[in-house]
Design a binder for this molecule. Structure first.
Ligand code: C2E
Ligand code: CA
Ligand code: CA
Length: 697
């Protein structure tokens, strides 16, 4: 508590004039006058009303009474000794004092802030205090003139709304004076910055406030100043600069100047907004399922690494496609398929060099970009991946699943553009898939020519059915014990309008690269069953089925429907499946074959001997017949090893109770061998070629 004691003789004070009433303590007794004066001083300076303030000639506060403390909320200890600019801009305050010097008295009125952030209408009177001719200082009375009642209601309402706005605004707000010291803070500011909690921040310099808000705890004002300097340019332009807090939030800060040099800073927590923005950016560039980059991102990276539209030599781009993924998806549902894709992504991430980028293009297609020198790793990476990706996949509630990958690799040369790179990797992948599963192929210019030739042919094949270009040729199978026709194999024939007859060995693998094989497969099945139903004899009809038609239950359903439609008895239909089915681990394939078998349809294992299958797996499949590949039959007469195989397969058939067919029998000598070894049926040019005409009645 500050009080001013009269240190001058009372008679001197008697000359002082304060306001309109002169203080006149006149007595002849000097001691009495002094005591009275002291009492008077105490009375005035201890009064809680009115608010009084005494300034020295330079405008510094020398006394601040309880009335002033009560009215403004500021304690004497906070005010005394400071230049008086409270409630007004310093220049206004200086002007007021100049006016007092001139006229001896000056009145002001205006809205002043209280320490708690509220405001009041201050009506002040400043009076000069003279000691003789010398200016001793100024006395100021401050009265609360906040309008009340009828005419004042409006002001009060506005003030209340302002208070309310400040306290409820979603932004933290801080008002600084022209010296860069805190003058006013709203509640939101304290809620936003825990470090500010419970502290009196009024008078704090702006740099210290920045340190408190944005620097590590206990970092000094210097840290705040450095942070502030880093954002000064943006703040000066009036932009919202986003400043991170040590606890990981993002705060948008805006600074606005107020006439007179003061300024207001607002703080808004934009963490969620920032996160959402980042998430949108991330989503736009990433595959949601696997978290890998997406096609857009890969494309961007590829373009960014190009200079003048050309990629630096050595960059490698790998395209990967899973073999056997569709079956997992179809058998176990999308959830299992998704789980498998996520594991594939994890394995890719594990092998990826730090500078590389892994992407998923959707479905079961992936890509790896290896920029610059990382491109040297492409081949070893591809070889490693073939093994890595073929390892079993654990899927909840299922037994481990297997898929393999085909990989195409493009290497950039000095002239390769990003566009060309994508196309080349695609071409190489196409070649890898054509080479059989679990293979990698580099791009070569020949591939491009082949590819476009194949693409054209595939397009033509798609239209071949509707255009009536497809036909079925039938080749007889002969019972070796009696020499009569026991079955006929249906073989697809395609007469291309421009290129003539195209062999199935060329167009079937093409169709097998896509779902086109399913369309063709159903077409020939339907045609063959209809034809067979009209045959005069009871020969079986053998139809080739690709592994790609199996595994999702659709073939058994289609067969049932076709048999119903054509009236063919199931036991007359035989489906030939190549040996690769044995190496395919998809459960659905066995299920489909079992279903067909249960319907009475026969199943035969085609091209036996060329597919390195394990004989052990034979038992898992319901085969009724084994067709030994023509290559063994051809050489059986001259080569003892081939003859031995013919013998072993015949014996295998007998042991398993399965009938055996020798394919490609062209000569009587070959016939003699297979007959001697005990084959039950033969097929080959010796008995008849495949012909398009229906068997004569
Ligand atoms: P495949 O199933 O092994 O069919 C037998 C192939 O050997 C046929 O060739 C047939 O004309 C030929 N061939 C028969 N006897 C002899 C012979 O004594 N000597 C020689 N050198 N060849 C003989 P094609 O018609 O060119 O069919 C080739 C392959 O195309 C078939 O081999 C089969 O794998 C596939 N294919 C044909 N039609 C279809 C079909 O409708 N669906 C599926 N998925 N594949 C088919
Ligand atoms: Ca066949
Ligand atoms: Ca065959």
């Amino acid at each position: 508590m500050v009080s001013v004691r009269g240190t001058q003789p009372a008679a001197r004070w008697g000359c002082a004039s304060m306001g309109s009433e002169a203080i006149a303590i006149r007595t002849d007794d000097d001691d009495a006058a002094s005591a009275l004066h002291d009492a008077w001083s105490r009375l005035v300076w201890n009064a809680t009303d009115p608010a009084l303030c005494l300034l020295d000639p330079h405008g510094r506060v020398v006394a601040w009474n309880p009335g002033a403390e009560h009215l403004t909320g500021y304690l004497a200890a906070e005010v005394v000794g400071r230049t008086f600019a409270y409630g007004e801009a310093p220049e206004d305050s200086a002007a007021a004092l100049a006016a007092v010097r001139e006229a001896g008295r000056h009145e002001t009125e205006g809205w002043w802030p209280r320490r708690d952030g509220s405001r009041f209408r201050a009506s002040t009177v400043i009076t000069a205090i003279h000691d003789g001719d010398r200016l001793a200082g100024f006395a100021q009375t401050i009265r609360d003139a906040t309008p009340r009642g009828e005419e004042g209601g409006q002001f009060e309402a506005v003030a209340l709304i302002l208070d309310l706005a400040l306290s409820t605004m979603s932004q933290g707000l801080c008002l600084f004076d022209a010296d860069g010291q805190v003058r006013l803070l709203n509640q939101r500011f304290f809620a936003m910055f825990a470090a500010a909690g419970g502290r009196d921040l009024v008078g704090m310099p702006v740099a210290a406030l920045w340190a408190l808000a944005f620097a590590e705890p206990d970092a000094g004002e210097g840290a705040g100043a450095a942070l502030l300097a880093g954002h000064e340019a943006g703040l000066a332009r009036g932009e919202a600069v986003v400043v991170p807090t040590p606890d990981g939030r993002a705060i948008a800060v805006v600074r606005r100047g107020v006439p007179g040099g003061a300024f207001v800073v607002t703080f808004e927590d934009v963490t969620r907004q920032r996160e959402a923005e980042l998430e949108i950016i991330r989503l736009a560039h990433h595959d949601a399922l696997t978290g890998l980059a997406n096609r857009t991102m890969l494309w961007r990276r590829l373009r960014e690494s190009a200079e003048g539209g050309r990629l630096p030599a050595g960059t490698a781009l790998l395209f990967l496609d899973l073999d056997g993924f569709k079956a997992v998806n179809d058998d176990l549902g999308h959830q299992a398929g998704d789980a498998l894709l996520q594991q594939v992504a994890d394995r890719l991430r594990r092998v990826l060099p730090p500078t590389g980028l892994a992407a998923r293009f959707g479905g079961d297609e992936f890509a790896l970009l290896l920029p610059g020198v990382a491109g040297d790793l492409a081949v070893s990476l591809a070889e490693g991946l073939l093994i890595e990706l073929a390892r079993p996949y654990a899927i909840e509630g299922q037994r481990p699943r297997h898929v393999t990958a085909s990989i195409g690799i493009a290497f950039s040369e000095e002239t390769t553009s990003p566009d060309a790179m994508l196309h080349q990797a695609d071409c190489a992948l196409y070649a890898a898939k054509g080479a059989g599963k679990a293979a990698w192929r580099p791009f070569t210019p020949e591939l491009q020519i082949e590819r476009s030739d194949e693409e054209r042919l595939e397009q033509d094949l798609r239209h071949a059915i509707a255009a009536g270009q497809l036909g079925v040729a039938y080749q007889p199978l002969i019972g070796l014990s009696h020499g009569a026709v026991t079955a006929r194999e249906a073989l697809l024939r395609w007469t291309h309008p421009g290129r003539g007859s195209i062999p199935p060995r060329k167009f079937i693998p093409l169709a097998e690269k896509s779902d086109l094989i399913r369309v063709l497969g159903l077409w020939i099945l339907d045609r063959a069953c209809r034809d067979a139903a009209a045959w005069p004899d009871q020969a079986r009809i053998c139809v080739n089925v690709s592994v790609r038609q199996l595994g999702d239950g659709s073939l058994p359903r289609a067969v049932q429907e076709i048999l119903k439609q054509t009236g063919l008895t199931p036991r007359r239909l035989e489906l030939e499946i190549t040996e690769t089915v044995l190496t395919n681990s998809t459960e659905g394939i066995v299920d489909d074959l079992q279903l067909l078998h249960a319907m009475g349809v026969r199943i035969s294992l085609d091209d036996f001997g060329v597919g390195f299958s394990s004989l052990g797996r034979l038992r898992a499949f319901p085969f009724d017949r084994i067709k030994l590949d023509a290559s063994f039959v051809r050489d059986a007469v001259e080569r003892p090893d081939c003859r031995a195989i013919v013998g072993v397969v015949a014996e295998l058939g007998r042991r398993l109770g399965i009938e055996t067919v020798a394919e490609g029998v062209e000569t009587p000598a070959q016939l003699a061998v297979v007959h001697e070894e005990g084959f039950t049926e033969g097929q080959g040019y010796l008995f008849g070629r495949a012909v398009l005409t229906a068997p004569a009645a």
